[in-house]
Design a protein around this ligand. Structure first.
Ligand SMILES: [Zn+2]
Ligand SMILES: [Zn+2]
Length: 210
């Protein structure tokens, strides 16, 4: 998103640079997430969620989700970032106050490979470990360029955006803690298990990673 595209009369939306600070690097994924969140918030006429009024349902766990978190303010900790492991570039933004919900899905015609045909080859070369410093720098440059290109694509060209009806996820609950009878550590009651009448945490119950 360039600064030319202003959001006059609309709540201000954070610049992409804040996503990059949070995410750590510029990449097509974070650019896609930025655009998706931008499209959703614009459609909801909202900006950042300070409390829990905005809920974001994300259907992948890619770089894009970091951008969604920065723009919407939705986080796991607040319980208003919901992850559905579908492996799809689909994002649903819900405003609890208005009950309005917008589903933003990436068009099947969108392709990073089409925008940057050389990127895949260059990345494969760098990943193989034989690339020169120049080729590594070139990959970085190509990645930044294609990300900037993505930011300039109009939302309506990139996504299918529609208002939908959704069931509101419950607000974050505070659960009481109970003590695991095996390791002695405290565990949230709704995640505890019971074996032979004793409360046991999930790792002790399954002996996983113990
Ligand atoms: Zn990334
Ligand atoms: Zn335990």
């Amino acid at each position: 998103m360039n600064e030319k595209e202003s959001f006059n009369n609309k709540p201000s939306i954070k610049p992409f640079s804040e996503v990059t600070i949070f995410h750590g690097h510029i990449c097509p994924g974070s650019a896609i997430g930025y655009k998706a969140a931008n499209a959703g918030l614009n459609e909801l006429k909202s900006s950042i969620s300070e409390d829990e009024e905005i809920v974001a349902v994300v259907e992948n766990d890619s770089c894009a989700v970091d951008a969604v978190q920065v723009l919407t303010g939705c986080t796991f900790g607040k319980g208003n970032l919901v992850f559905k492991d579908h492996g799809k570039q689909v994002y649903t933004f819900i405003n609890r106050n208005t009950n309005d919900a917008v589903r933003v899905s990436l068009n099947d015609s969108f392709s990073v490979d089409t925008l940057a045909p050389q990127l895949g080859k260059r990345r494969a070369l760098v990943n193989s470990g034989v690339a020169t410093e120049l080729e590594k720098a070139d990959l970085k440059q190509m990645t930044v360029e294609v990300s900037e290109e993505i930011l300039d694509i109009p939302n309506s060209k990139m996504f299918h955006i529609e208002h939908v009806e959704v069931d509101l996820p419950e607000k974050a609950k505070i659960y009481k803690s109970v003590k695991c009878s095996e390791c002695g550590e405290m565990v949230s009651e709704h995640r505890s298990r019971v074996r032979n009448g004793k409360i046991i945490c999930i790792p002790c119950f399954g002996d996983v990673n113990k």
